[in-house]
Design a protein around this ligand. Sequence first.
Ligand code: M6R
Length: 369
Amino acid sequence: EKGGYASFMLKEIADQPRAVADTLLGRIDGEGSLHLDEVRIPDADLREVDKVVIVACGTAFHAGMIAKYAIEHWTRLPCETELASEFRYRDPILDQRTLVVAISQSGETMDTLMALRHAREQGAKVLAICNTNGSTIPRESDAVLYTHAGPEVAVASTKAFLTQLVACYLVALYLGQLRGTKWGDEIRTVVRQLSAVPGEVERVLETMEPVRELARSLAHHDTVLFLGRHVGYPVALEGALKLKELAYMHAEGFAAGELKHGPIALVEKGLPVVVIAPSPRGRSVLHDKIVSNIQEIRARGARTIVVAEEGDQAVVPYADHLITVPATPTLLQPLVATVPLQVFACELATARGNEVDQPRNLAKSVTVE
Ligand code: M6R
């Protein structure tokens, strides 16, 4: 069943180009327009939406954090992303014009289910992004957009995450298309760029041997930190979550701008710090700031592991280890930047003798609140 791979997790990591391609399939036409006919919320209702709220847990929550950037940028609608387990306890402000997006691989996560029930009670429309046909979350939602990752067996979520991102981008672009925001041309360009992602993920997968080697060399460490800004911040959180659940290491993700507000005190000689560098093209301000963060931590002795776009020369002098990913538009970068972090965590956990498909204390779907 593992198709020659040592674990389901490795098989699922390798399956990502196919999973991303299948999730895009039939949803984009040759003109670069989106068709989400399966989403059974009438376009007229979607045009009325004045706020989007995303609820999810764990890895799906990280996909939702990234979706917030995409939705706000492409639709100019306010969007919040909240942990499903916190959502209903703060009595959130929702009404008929709120679109709640519930993201769940399994479709059975109790925290997410309770959040969506609460949202529907308040009159909000709920759209599920889900990987499991006919599961409880899509059944109880107004509409569903399925991810086509295929069955995900390993407890650590990998291909579900990438496909959740794709589904979130599709929702964001579709809302943008419906609303006819001034980003029309940009939307068409991004739609085309999304189609290139499966090939880019494939390329990342082909260059992972140095990442595996690096992971093995860090097996004796106790702590690894992850830093990112903008959409790189949720990627940092996701890299840290993978390492916690698989390698049982202290791993934390920070927004790079927060470093100076506390976390930099953790940096000591030899501490591995993974930094996700945004593209040097486009928003170069963000890039410049990350470069100075890398300099700061390196000056304090950190061993810097930098995930950067191919051809990014500015990070080279400060990267003890450089992991390059293909150039993508900033908002899409998580689709390629997360992949090396999955491989890194899987290899590090294996080097520590852990069972990667079944980490201790965890279940694939969490059906209790
Ligand atoms: O099935 P769901 O997507 O609702 O699951 C949510 C989380 O429990 C899940 O993503 C969890 O964090 C993973 N084990 C992370 O790898």
